[in-house]
Design a binder for this molecule. Structure first.
Ligand SMILES: Nc1ncnc2c1ncn2[C@@H]1O[C@H](COP(=O)(O)OP(=O)(O)OP(=O)(O)O)[C@@H](O)[C@H]1O
Ligand SMILES: [Mg+2]
Length: 326
């Protein structure tokens, strides 16, 4: 049985402004298996949100998918009509958007907002919608659902609003949740509660999660598989254990180096600013770790990922273009 729920192949996305073309996502391939949590991690502007918005075909207006395929349950989403996509969004694939808290309707009770997706996608008698919403509120940890149902977003804390968004995202029982930095603005304890809720839904419903983050601590705790993004490219990918044990790309090393590790007794944590990554355009960002040799590979090929050990992929990087400061 095919375990692949989502498969992105050779995705390239550009923005066209006047006569300028900016390539935001370049030849990205990734896949998510059933019941898997896959993390997409990378610096700001590396293309994480644009990759995930492409899946739902919700790119900003100037953005264009130039190339690639996005297959969900065997269907190429790029060939679906807008009507078909509306059936998929929120129903089979839910997205918690990066700025989602701001998108809650301030003048509508949160309970009613939770029922919007159900009303659209499921044939549920009107009388039962409220019952469903109350159950969902309970599921995401509200101890007095009837009270919360009647509240407005402004009456809730950031963490509570985030839980409302999760209730909305899981209301139609999607097979895939895309969570784009769902916890950036929350404190650490609340972050964990929110991520635990997504994780619990995944386990209880045999669903999959695409978790977008810039926090390797979060990746270590929740992800099975990791894709590291830099400058629109995937630069490294492996299962989470392998990536932590043997990070090869300088950027991955930098990300892992910035996680506190009491055992190492580091005097000062490295921050990503301690590293510079010179943008050398499409053919740049190549990397050949010293201990591996790639005699058969030409450095002039626009490199795809190379499998350096079983199921551990790295994009070639020209080390002369990467320098470590300090
Ligand atoms: N609305 C837009 N108009 C023009 N270019 C855009 C737009 N949105 C994104 N881009 C381009 O796409 C690139 C990738 O953006 P994206 O939002 O995917 O980054 P990200 O990895 O999600 O960053 P962050 O961590 O800050 O959310 C940006 O660097 C920018 O060049
Ligand atoms: Mg983003």
């Amino acid at each position: 049985m095919d375990q692949r729920l989502l498969q992105i192949k050779n995705l390239s996305v550009s923005f066209h402004q006047h006569k300028n073309k900016i390539t935001a996502v370049s030849d990205v391939s990734l896949h998510i298996e059933k019941r898997q949590t896959v993390a997409l991690i990378g610096e700001s502007g590396s293309g994480k949100s644009i990759t995930s918005l492409s899946v739902l075909r919700l790119l900003p207006s100037l953005g264009k998918i130039e190339n690639g395929s996005i297959t969900f349950n065997g269907i190429n989403l790029l060939h679906q009509s807008e009507k078909e996509m509306r059936k998929i969004r929120g129903n089979e694939i839910s997205m918690i958007f990066q700025d989602a808290i701001a998108s809650l309707n301030p003048s509508m009770k949160v309970g009613e907002q939770i029922t919007e997706g159900l009303k659209y996608h499921k044939l549920i008698p009107k009388a039962d919608l409220k019952t469903e919403a109350l159950q969902l509120l309970q599921q995401v940890g509200f101890s007095n659902p009837s009270h919360t149902y009647n509240q407005y977003p402004s009456q809730l804390s950031g963490g509570m609003k985030q839980r409302i968004l999760i209730a909305m995202a899981i209301s139609c029982k999607p097979q895939l949740i895309i969570a784009d930095e769902p916890t950036t603005s929350l404190d650490v304890t609340i972050q964990r509660q929110v991520l635990n809720l997504i994780d619990k839904y995944k386990t209880d419903s045999n669903a999959s999660v695409l978790l977008i983050t810039h926090d390797f601590g979060v990746v270590a705790e929740y992800a099975d598989w990791v894709y590291v993004m830099l400058g629109g490219h995937i630069v490294e990918s492996a299962d989470v254990y392998t990536l932590f044990k043997n990070p090869l790309h300088p950027y991955t090393k930098a990300l892992i180096g910035s996680i506190p590790n009491p055992e190492l007794g580091q005097e000062r944590l490295k921050s990503i600013q301690d590293y510079t990554f010179e943008d050398t355009g499409y053919d740049g960002r190549r990397f050949a770790p010293e201990k591996y040799t790639y005699e058969s590979k030409s450095f002039d090929e626009p490199s795809s990922l190379v499998e350096v050990e079983p199921l551990h992929y790295v994009r070639f990087f020209d080390e002369s273009k990467v320098s470590l400061i300090g």
